[in-house]
Design a protein around this ligand. Structure first.
Ligand code: ADE
Length: 244
């Protein structure tokens, strides 16, 4: 059982980016009703000199600035002291391990997270190692900073919190829950620009519909995500008692 509300603490040089999209719609309503809390803390408030310096040039050369380990460490310490709970520390970076739904699920089941956003070239590696920070990537592309990634990560967690989405069945059916991408959806009108909704979906035959949806999910996964498809097949063979 969760003892208190899920806590998101974001360490950023741009606290004005929050709540941003997290203040709207599903996440926003859940925030307002107290199902989770959000605090955006300015890393610059932990700077130690009168110019409030947070970054410096990269040792070894190269363009771009690196965020200082002492400043980032102080910002983390201040966030931890205030959080009053032992929250996992996550740094969003294209160098991180790719985020997947299983990690999102585990985070949502925990007390929350402290999410560190980098700008410039990144953060001095020593503070990442000393603090044991988990490095997480949203994918093989580069954002201008960690903030949009933090918003995406927090959104993915918040929607799984109890009470945020009323229909638990919808969560069980969605992409990645069974290791597959989701089947396609259709709504009215049943015919649009000469295109008909697949007949089986209008049949009212629940088992046939389930079988069609599974077949579609498998087809799409096989075509688009060979990585997920191999894992799914391996899992299926195991559950059927095959030896590979
Ligand atoms: N920061 C910049 N690019 C990123 C990415 N792809 N994933 C997570 N954080 C990032």
């Amino acid at each position: 059982m969760r003892s208190a509300r899920w806590q998101a603490v974001v360490l950023t040089l741009f606290p004005e980016m929050f709540p941003g999209p997290l203040g709207v719609s599903l996440a926003g309503r859940a925030l307002e009703s107290g199902l989770w809390s959000l605090q955006a803390r300015d890393i610059r408030a932990s700077a130690m000199d009168k110019h409030k310096t947070v970054d410096d040039s990269s040792f070894g050369g190269g363009t771009g600035l690196v965020m200082r380990p002492d400043v980032v460490d102080a910002a983390i310490g201040a966030a931890q002291a205030e959080a009053g709970a032992d929250l996992p520390l996550i740094y969003l970076t294209p160098r991180g391990r790719p985020l997947a739904q299983a990690r999102v699920q585990a985070l949502a089941e925990g007390p929350g997270a402290i999410v560190l956003c980098g700008r410039y070239e990144g953060i001095d590696q020593r503070v990442i190692e000393r603090r044991g920070i988990e490095e997480v990537s949203l994918g093989d592309f580069v954002l201008s900073g960690g903030e949009p990634a933090a918003i995406a990560l927090i959104d993915a967690c918040v929607r799984l919190l109890p009470g945020v989405i009323g229909d638990a069945e919808a969560l069980a059916e969605e992409s990645f829950e069974r290791g597959l991408l989701e089947y396609p959806h259709f709504t009215r009108p049943a015919e649009w620009q000469g295109l008909k909704v697949p007949e089986v979906l209008l049949s009212g035959h629940h088992e046939k519909i389930q079988a069609w949806r599974l077949a579609e999910a498998e087809k799409t996964t096989r075509e688009r995500r060979p990585d997920l498809w191999s894992r799914y097949q391996a899992g299926r063979q195991q559950s059927q008692g095959y030896v590979s």
